[in-house]
Design a protein around this ligand. Structure first.
Ligand code: AMP
Length: 170
């Protein structure tokens, strides 16, 4: 059971936030295998061509899933990290703004993309990732996360892109 591997860390990184720590899941061989196996079953792999992972915990699950299914992997990164030409998208945080970037040639026209992250909270990060994929000509067919904070209703921001999660806290 995925839930048994998730550690709640109160007041991290700031007061009032309960951080969902996935490191116990990753460090246990059975937990890591379970998470990748279960992610691979959420969406039929024939429905997408490539996997996009969001920095940084989306890289862990996204790359392992891509390797397991024989797909390629595309990183969506924080500003200034990608060496080639980028497209970027900014979004609102509780306090201030954040930006994510993707290489402009990461996706060939009309490739179908699964976007992966560890956790969906307000949905702002995933919404920006969906916009980025569209900006460079890809088709975001679905979003997959290990954990969804259902009470924040993040999936409602993702429009017609279906969201799949292994564990929902409601
Ligand atoms: P959001 O844009 O609000 O959906 O936030 C999602 C991003 O923030 C993901 O990349 C998560 O890794 C991180 N995040 C937000 N809230 C939490 C939380 N309670 N525990 C762990 N990570 C979180």
């Amino acid at each position: 059971m995925i839930e048994s591997y998730i550690r709640d860390v109160p007041d991290f990184p700031k007061p009032g936030i309960v951080f969902k720590d996935i490191t116990p899941l990753l460090q246990d061989p059975a937990g890591l295998a379970l998470s990748i196996d279960e992610l691979s079953k959420l969406i039929d792999p024939s429905e997408y061509d490539l996997i996009c992972g969001i920095e940084s915990r989306g890289f862990i699950f996204g790359t392992a899933l891509a390797r397991q299914l024989g797909k390629g992997f595309i990183p969506i990164r924080k500003p200034g990290k990608l060496p080639w030409k980028t497209e970027s998208e900014s979004y609102e945080l509780e306090y201030g703004q954040d930006t994510i970037e993707i290489h402009i040639d990461a996706v060939r026209e009309k490739k179908r993309i699964l976007i992966v992250d560890d956790l969906l909270a307000t949905g702002g990060t995933m919404e920006a990732a969906i916009k980025l994929v569209r900006k460079i000509g890809g088709i975001p067919v679905a979003a997959a996360v290990v954990i969804e904070l259902g009470f924040l209703a993040g999936r409602e921001r993702l429009g017609d892109v279906p969201t799949h999660s292994l564990l929902v806290y409601s």
